[in-house]
Design a protein around this ligand. Sequence first.
Ligand SMILES: CC(=O)N[C@H]1[C@@H](OP(=O)(O)OP(=O)(O)OC[C@H]2O[C@@H](n3ccc(=O)[nH]c3=O)[C@H](O)[C@@H]2O)O[C@H](CO)[C@@H](O)[C@@H]1O[C@H](C)C(=O)N[C@@H](C)C(=O)N[C@H](CCC(=O)O)C(=O)O
Ligand SMILES: Nc1ncnc2c1ncn2[C@@H]1O[C@H](COP(=O)(O)OP(=O)(O)OP(=O)(O)O)[C@@H](O)[C@H]1O
Length: 566
Amino acid sequence: MKAQENMSTEESIGSGTAQSLRPSTVEGKSATEIAWWLNEHGFATELVREGTTIGGITMDSREVQPGDLYVALPGAKSHGAQFADLAVSSGAAALLTDRAGVDLVGELPGEVGLLVSENLRELVGPLSAVIYNSQPQDGSAPTLFAVTGTNGKTTTTYMINSIMQKLGHTTGLIGTIEILAGSQPIPSKLTTPESPHVHSLISLMSERGISSMAMEVSSHALDYHRVDGVRYDVSGFTNLTQDHLDLHGTMESYCASKAALFTPEKSRRAVICADDSWGQTMLDRARTAMGAENVVALTTHFGRGVQELPAHLGRQDWVLTEVEREGIGHRFTVVRGDGARIESSTQLPADFNVSNAALAAVMVYESGQNTADLAARLAEAETLTPVVPGRMQLIGTAPTAIVDFAHNPDALQRALEAIDPAHEDGRVMIVFGATGERDQLKRPIMGEIAARHADVVIITDDDPHDEAPEPIRAAVEAGARDAQKDGARAAEILNLAPRAAAIEKAIDLAGPHDSILVAGRGHEVAQEVAGVNLDLDDRVEVARALAHHGFEVLPAYRSMLGDASA
Ligand SMILES: CC(=O)N[C@H]1[C@@H](OP(=O)(O)OP(=O)(O)OC[C@H]2O[C@@H](n3ccc(=O)[nH]c3=O)[C@H](O)[C@@H]2O)O[C@H](CO)[C@@H](O)[C@@H]1O[C@H](C)C(=O)N[C@@H](C)C(=O)N[C@H](CCC(=O)O)C(=O)O
Ligand SMILES: Nc1ncnc2c1ncn2[C@@H]1O[C@H](COP(=O)(O)OP(=O)(O)OP(=O)(O)O)[C@@H](O)[C@H]1O
């Protein structure tokens, strides 16, 4: 409905991906101008040869469009300079590479320019901002929101957009599930695209009348400088719990990666959920980097059994209070140290969605919207209840059957806590697995959490990628069995693949008072096994199994069944 309303102000973007779409108005620049700008901004650069006019930028030879500056940089697997031939044959106007790259490039055709600098990843973002004019200072840029943290980024960005739409904005979104320019989806491969794409998307959206954009910023993105050159109006932090230690090594370095968003270069204002010691650390780091007056703390565990007001509560800091169950969601109030109040509700189930809703509401408040309008919109129940694909999505109510994206220990625990059945004879059942080729440490931990919070644990495959699935399941099962020996809640632990069979088994074992959580894959519709993408949508499998066993399927999912329900 909201998307339909947005259509009127939107022009069609046409086909294309985050990698190929460019704004229609790009002012061409010479290699001399680019070299001058880089040197002026602290990136020592040598202009070896002028080429033709530059009208775009990319760091992937496969994406070069005629007139692009191809930035050939070193990576973990290869050096972009190895692919210079393809870039040139695709029409690159010039190459920007480092000393090592110059040796690899060899002879370039005379009309192709050449620039040389070092630490190339750090300059691509700011340079893309200049080439695509994505950060104009004349007030024409969209209001930009960024959300980082281990869990809750996607949900919070959808909530921010829902509020901004209610306030009359046409919104854009960049995140894990999709990129949206108003109602138009743009295919993308990453949660946070590479910096040339981030800047071209911001300009493109701005050109098409989008006045507010929310994006997820992953820790990978911060480490790889993908959002350098963007200055967000308000950046938010959800939480930090164990994940991605394969990339970051330790929680300390994971925290340091996330903290890179909270600097004056990247954010004008920050809202930090400071519920635990990692949140407190992030708050301290942000205040040191950005100045205390630009950083607002939000405490979301208050009102849920925490009696003491947080010591760091200042006049500009927010506290979640008065959380009450309402339907499958919650009604809540957020209060600021100076007395300002936000009252709202969300019908997205789970405690953590109250935290996400509070963060979204406070981030929009801090972006300077009219507070009376905002209060009126937040009073409407649907404002903070957007459809977030695959996040706590309810497929059936008897038994309660939920598909969720929880794929790390904290998310799994909190999703399980949220589905404890109201009926005394109701059991909690879980179907889940762990991803291959990612953080192995979390596998037994997730097994243990499942056994501690569920009565029936069915361990199956997530995305094994190129890893053998059996040892992944065995590692998860080992954690669950150890916990069971230790007196954990689980009465039954099964190890069952393929995933569709595990889902069918859970529904087969379920009674109408039970709650089943199918966790880990959420919105995903393909499972990658040994390099092959197999069709698999947990929501369809759950709906199919419910129907097969004669249980009610919510109307929105009945249509997904097609002939399978027969
Ligand atoms: C770990 C990681 O993030 N790696 C990123 C990194 O790869 P890399 O350093 O190995 O680069 P490389 O493959 O050696 O290539 C070097 C250079 O040559 C270029 N190249 C390479 C091949 C070619 O044919 N032509 C070409 O021009 C590459 O674009 C690159 O500029 O730089 C590449 C582009 O410069 C990225 O595409 C690549 O992301 C890969 C695709 C990836 O899958 N990243 C994931 C893990 C990621 O970022 N995920 C997060 C979300 C995490 C989460 O929260 O779950 C995300 O934001 O999506
Ligand atoms: N604030 C939160 N705290 C803990 N868990 C959460 C929170 N919000 C959502 N979750 C859980 O984490 C899962 C992922 O949520 P969401 O997609 O909103 O987060 P994300 O940060 O975008 O995750 P990812 O980076 O893995 O895509 C949800 O399916 C839910 O189980």
